[in-house]
Design a protein around this ligand. Sequence first.
Ligand SMILES: [Zn+2]
Length: 148
Amino acid sequence: MKASEEKSYPGVLSSAWHCKCPRCRRGNMFEGPILSFTARQMRPVCPHCDLQFEKEPGYFYVAMYVSYVFVVAQLVTACVATYILTGNAESPWLYLSVAAAAVILLAPFNYRYSRVVLLYWMTPIFKFRPELYRNHHREPQVHQKTEA
Ligand SMILES: [Zn+2]
């Protein structure tokens, strides 16, 4: 019974990828999907468990450092890939264009997932609490669901 209960909630990577609340893995951290007009609007509290995402004022400044790490990794990858694919060792403009395109195209990803990484792996008090995930189901059919 315990094994089936443990499997009844999503894993940490799946929850992080879908930008779910780190504590209950139910509520969405953002108002809309990554490619929408509301993609950058972060909810102040989790709609499922009322967790306040911004732990203290200015907490999301820390996400800038995570974002910085993302951008450096992406720029190095993009420029090395450009060198491997084109063999260009002459013109800096090719690398500058590729770097600018990579930064612009990946900005929505970096904005969102720098906060996800901050809340999931750099904020120990936001630990996952399975009882909050399960409390969504108040009907007794939960156990029948896993058996059927
Ligand atoms: Zn929550």
